[in-house]
Write a protein that binds this ligand. Structure first.
Ligand SMILES: Cc1cc2nc3c(=O)[nH]c(=O)nc-3n(C[C@H](O)[C@H](O)[C@H](O)COP(=O)(O)OP(=O)(O)OC[C@H]3O[C@@H](n4cnc5c(N)ncnc54)[C@H](O)[C@@H]3O)c2cc1C
Length: 386
């Protein structure tokens, strides 16, 4: 099934979309079920995607990227999620919550050391904000960083960190409470993998995204030099929140891709499954489900591309990113559920991709801002929150 293009893409964007689609069909689709069942992080495929340019699409050429912008980056993530959300989130988190903070707030030296190899696909980065005591209220973090001469000493625990413990992981950006002239405030630090006192725990046993790398991180008297500070002292919340808008566009793109994949599975099955003497696709009840899925996906795609286009144009896009993620993630959950309903009992059996898509969908309404938090962001932009 061709996915409709509600947004006028450039030739370069279409070319990148086709390149990633062809790669995903060849290198990812045949293995996605096995990675899911064995909880395997596909290091080689992530490396190959790096060689293809998938991590650098949106970054400027001077920092190792392809300079194609945020819409092309969204297209890459969408195409990957049509087949495997774990691979899509590995790329999405790497570029938006690890690469973008370095691009936006890093010194030239930090960009050369961490961003250039990330954009070229040589290593992965992570951002650790969430803690066992909470994720939505980022200011309430309990991790601390204490100044000691030319160093900072970090202590605390971060939960649910994506990309912090696999063979390609090179650094994690950590937010920690620091003493400033105006009180205790969050500051961000870049901590290289392998730093003494920084330990990543075994991967979580998750409901979905089995082939992605999510871990708890423990910092015990972990020392980093002053040059590890990312952005200014006491401005760590900004270092996390500003790139998070881009992260939300990435999750929206992932949602559109997952929903599109679910629609394609459901549509193909409906045309081959016979009940009461005819393919179930002839039943109006099934046609209505597929028509609604298609319409909702088209709307989600428009919102997603609009937010990406605003980011690319350097215009404010906080509200648009929140709207796109809020709507698209809920569309993805519905599409995954309808896909299972249309598959009947077979949809419940792990031999097909249907349950994997169902399990992978739900986190889209939680990670990088829950649906509730996104509504608060939109309400604030509407001037309703004081
Ligand atoms: C697979 C996976 C990967 C992740 N990757 C990362 C990562 O790389 N880096 C990272 O830092 N974090 C990561 N996270 C964490 C994720 O961002 C958080 O789970 C999410 O932000 C929600 O935080 P929480 O789980 O602590 O829920 P809480 O903040 O405790 O919220 C619980 C519930 O209360 C609701 N709620 C909270 N406050 C309000 C409010 N003011 N108004 C209304 N409702 C409210 C929430 O919407 C939610 O429904 C990941 C999580 C998972 C599961």
């Amino acid at each position: 099934m061709t996915s409709c293009q509600p947004y006028e893409l450039t030739d370069d964007q279409r070319e990148m979309q086709a390149l990633v689609r062809e790669f995903a069909e060849r290198e990812i689709a045949p293995h996605a079920a096995e990675w899911d069942q064995t909880h395997t992080f596909p290091t080689d495929v992530i490396r190959k995607l790096g060689e293809l340019g998938a991590m650098g699409v949106g970054f400027p050429e001077e920092y190792g990227g392809l300079g194609m912008g945020a819409v092309a980056q969204a297209l890459v993530i969408e195409e990957l999620a049509r087949f495997d959300s774990s691979v899509a989130v590995t790329i999405g988190a790497n570029v938006s919550i690890a690469g973008d903070p370095v691009l936006l707030f890093g010194t030239e030296e930090q960009k050369q050391r961490w961003l250039v190899p990330l954009a070229q696909g040589e290593h992965l980065g992570a951002f650790a904000s969430t803690e066992p005591s909470g994720g939505s209220d980022i200011q309430a973090a309990r991790t601390t960083a204490r100044r000691d001469g030319d160093e900072w000493v970090i202590n605390g625990t971060k939960s649910f960190t994506t990309n912090a413990g696999n063979d390609l992981s090179a650094f994690v950006i950590v937010t920690a409470q620091t003493e400033t002239n105006s009180g205790t405030k969050l500051t961000a630090f870049i901590v290289p993998t392998g730093t003494t006192g920084y330990e990543s725990q075994p991967p979580y046993h998750k409901m979905g995204w089995h082939a992605s790398d999510t871990r708890e991180l423990v910092f015990s008297d972990c020392r980093v030099p002053n040059e590890a500070m990312l952005g200014e002292l006491g401005k760590g919340a900004r270092v996390f929140l500003q790139p998070l808008d881009g992260g939300r566009v990435g999750v929206a793109a992932m949602s559109v891709g997952l929903a599109q994949g679910a629609l394609e599975q459901a549509s193909a099955y409906a045309q081959e499954r016979v009940a009461f003497g005819a393919p179930i696709a002839r039943q109006q009840a099934i046609q209505f489900k597929l028509a609604e899925m298609k319409t909702q996906i088209a709307a989600a795609r428009l919102l997603t591309y609009r937010a990406a286009a605003l980011k690319e144009a350097g215009q404010p896009y906080t509200e648009e990113a929140a709207s796109a993620k809020l709507f698209a993630s809920e569309v993805a959950v519905r599409a995954a559920e309808e896909n299972m309903q249309i598959h009947g009992g077979y949809g419940y059996i792990e031999e097909s991709a249907v349950p994997r898509f169902y399990r992978d969908a739900k986190i889209l309404t939680i990670g990088e801002g829950t649906s509730e938090i996104l509504k608060l962001v939109i309400a604030r932009k509407m001037g309703l929150a004081g």
